[in-house]
Design a protein around this ligand. Structure first.
Ligand SMILES: Nc1nc2c(ncn2[C@@H]2O[C@H](COP(=O)(O)OP(=O)(O)OP(=O)(O)O)[C@@H](O)[C@H]2O)c(=O)[nH]1
Ligand SMILES: [Mg+2]
Ligand SMILES: [Zn+2]
Length: 299
């Protein structure tokens, strides 16, 4: 005899289909509607199903948010253990974007690493050097090629047992990496046009896929832009790779390391201990956080 259908069923949201979500439960995969269109349910959430309807989600450990197109908070995923920034050889190394992912990951209490894909293309070694600079800042870097399989074992090991979100521009190979890690999945991957950096935005829906090595990967659509939310300018330095080490000795406790006197970050910049590129990326992020806040009237 089956359970009465009034019993609550619980499961993890593994895909977001727009108006419905796909939930993996102990009794198989089901699709339900969130109670309201604006409920903000995300891949990674644990949802409760009652009488065939999605009714609520359990408290989240954390949420991966960004400022969405309409200026509102957009939750890309929930309950994430590790954020992996995917970048590719043969396209510009977008350090600003990586820093934004990093700040977001640390701020939400998740781990952060970088996967440098397309190690099979020309000039890859030079780009690997650029990426390796993050290792000295405490961020693990995994050079891989989804095409040849190079480096995939080490990457897989680092993901094992965790819920991992792959983030990056369209065309860097997020889905290709996932297909390598979860053979048999065969998710569609897209061609990149000519020499430009532009991918085709092949992936249009976030999807969580369990890994043979334990854990799961969330593959999401390529991001053109990424602005963190819920972070105050004075907290950015604490999560910013390479800045934090210098920020402890400023004269003012709420120093944002821009124009304040007695700033130990700018002292480090002046005598060359802090890389100028790092600092420039930091100030750009600070500016965009302030701009967003001003737009929303937060300040
Ligand atoms: N040379 C080379 N090409 C790759 C590699 N990985 C992926 N590609 C190619 O890069 C293109 C984009 O790959 P996708 O996996 O669709 O990229 P994505 O990041 O998922 O893109 P979106 O879904 O649009 O965000 C495809 O043509 C892939 O075949 C790699 O390691 N080396
Ligand atoms: Mg994709
Ligand atoms: Zn300072």
């Amino acid at each position: 005899m089956g359970k009465p259908d009034t019993a609550d069923l619980e499961g993890r949201i593994i895909a977001h289909l727009g108006t419905r979500v796909r939930i993996k439960t102990a009794q198989g995969v089901v699709e339900v509607k969130p109670p309201r269109k604006s409920a903000g349910w995300a891949v990674g959430d644990i949802a409760v199903i009652r009488g065939g309807m999605g009714v609520e989600i359990r408290d989240r450990k954390n949420e991966l948010n960004r400022v969405g197109g309409n200026g509102e908070k957009q939750t890309l995923a929930a309950n994430v253990d590790l954020v992996v920034a995917v970048t590719a050889c043969g396209e510009a190394f977008k350090l600003g974007l990586i820093d934004r992912f990093c700040v977001t990951a640390f701020r939400m209490g998740a781990g952060f690493s970088i996967a440098l894909n397309k190690m099979d293309v020309e000039g890859a070694d030079r780009q690997l050097m650029e990426a390796r600079a993050y290792e000295t800042l405490g961020v693990p870097v995994y050079p891989v090629s989804a095409r040849t399989g190079e480096g995939m074992e080490k990457l897989a090991e680092s993901l094992s047992g965790k819920i991992c979100a792959l983030l990056g521009h369209s065309g860097v190979g997020k889905t290709s990496i996932l297909n390598r890690l979860a053979p048999g999945l065969d998710r569609a991957v897209g061609e990149v046009y000519g020499k430009s950096d532009q991918g085709r935005h092949t992936t249009t829906m976030s999807l969580m896929v369990e890994l043979p090595c334990g854990g799961a990967i969330i593959d999401s659509p390529g991001l053109r832009q990424f602005n963190p939310v819920d972070i105050e300018p004075r907290d950015v330095a604490e999560f910013f790779p390479g800045i934090r080490d210098f920020s402890g000795k400023c004269k003012f406790r709420d120093c944002v390391h821009m124009t304040e006197p007695g700033c130990s970050v700018r002292a480090a910049l002046a005598d060359g201990r802090l890389d100028a590129q790092r600092y420039a990326s930091y100030t750009r992020l600070l500016e965009s956080i302030r701009t967003n806040a001003a737009k929303k009237g937060w300040e």
